[in-house]
Design a protein around this ligand. Structure first.
Ligand SMILES: Nc1ncnc2c1ncn2[C@@H]1O[C@H](COP(=O)(O)OP(=O)(O)OP(=O)(O)O)[C@@H](O)[C@H]1O
Ligand SMILES: [Mg+2]
Length: 312
């Protein structure tokens, strides 16, 4: 569904609550995403109220709003909790619902679900204080250790042997449950999903050992290729895989699925992001542009699909 600004103003029937900031470790990214979305809405004369859930009175500010655009990242904003609060308050909102948001935030549960659906994701093992590091290392070989419920590569590190596994677990454990995943050597892709369709895949290239926090937000050396350079058949395959992964989790409206490709050409699902970054330099706007949608149109598309549920 794609409505123009005029129709959206009518459907909103009052100001749109734009939620950004929040308390997660991704607050700074959310401030950037939120401000970019705010400017897009203002350019299109959509009435907006800015709300930061880190403020004590955010719920009072939200009263009287019928619709919200959520531009929060990470725990507390992307994990179903805000979505649940909005459900209770009767506020319609953009993006995935409570269950899908919570599931997508939890990489471990997501991977188990994908395996159950026959969708491919790298082999993995949950880690604990009493894990047998040597046995885990023997089974997985080269690995990457991740907190189950964080984003932006926070708490993640590569571990190629038993000792490195234990050190990596120690770096990650303060973020909650932790797992080790088999390292995939090969190209990295991300596929944006918008209104039930996969947008063109983006291939990411970094000189770092993986796409870490620095490569994501600080370095100017990270390279993004869209079109991705995949053959037509492989592009279709990755889009279908991303869409199937998104739908298996029960996501809706928009999101982004991260995928690695092994040297033999096989695709492996890493994770799904239900509220991806939305700065001018972010990946979803980049894919949208390749599909012929500018930033302002993308914002209206996301909003349109949520307004379809508003009953106005
Ligand atoms: N199995 C793997 N093999 C090789 N590299 C990996 C693997 N898993 C993750 N990576 C690298 O680590 C990065 C971050 O991993 P992932 O996407 O799982 O976590 P994230 O921190 O939640 O990401 P985001 O910021 O997109 O939410 C990937 O973009 C990729 O470069
Ligand atoms: Mg990722």
């Amino acid at each position: 569904m794609s409505w123009n600004a005029e129709t959206i103003r009518q459907k909103l029937n009052g100001p749109l609550a734009l939620l950004f900031g929040g308390k997660s470790s991704e607050r700074q990214i959310s401030l950037k995403s939120g401000n970019a979305i705010l400017e897009a809405l203002q350019r299109q004369e959509i009435p907006v109220t800015v709300i930061d859930p880190a403020d004590a009175n955010w719920m009072e500010k939200l009263a009287d709003h019928q619709n919200a655009f959520i531009a929060l990242h990470g725990p507390g904003g992307e994990d179903g909790t805000i979505q649940g609060a909005l459900e209770c308050l009767g506020v319609n909102y953009t993006g995935s619902g409570v269950m899908a948001s919570a599931l997508a935030m939890d990489k471990l549960r997501c991977k188990r679900l994908w395996l159950g659906e026959g969708l491919s994701t790298p082999h993995f093992m949950e880690l604990h204080a009493d894990s047998d590091w040597q046995a885990t290392s023997d089974i997985l070989g080269q690995a990457i250790v991740k907190p189950a419920c964080e984003g932006s590569s926070i708490g993640m590190s590569r571990a190629d042997n038993a000792e490195e596994l234990r050190t990596a677990w120690q770096l990650a454990k303060d973020y909650g449950r932790v797992f080790a995943e088999q390292w995939v050597t090969g190209a990295e892709f991300t596929v944006a999903i918008l209104n039930g369709e996969a947008l063109p895949a983006i291939r990411l290239e970094t000189d770092a050992s993986f796409y870490d926090f620095n490569a994501k937000y600080i370095s100017n050396d990270t390279r993004y290729h869209c079109p991705s350079g995949l053959s037509e058949a492989k592009e279709r395959e990755i889009q279908q895989l991303a869409l199937a992964a998104f739908e298996a989790v029960g996501c809706r409206d928009w999101g982004r699925v991260d995928v690695m490709q092994s040297e033999s050409g096989h695709f492996y699902l890493l994770e799904v992001n239900t509220i991806p970054g939305m700065t001018d330099h972010s990946l979803v706007p980049m894919a949208a542009k390749q599909a012929g949608l500018d930033f302002d149109q993308l914002v209206l598309r996301v909003l349109s699909s949520s307004l379809e549920r508003s009953g106005n």
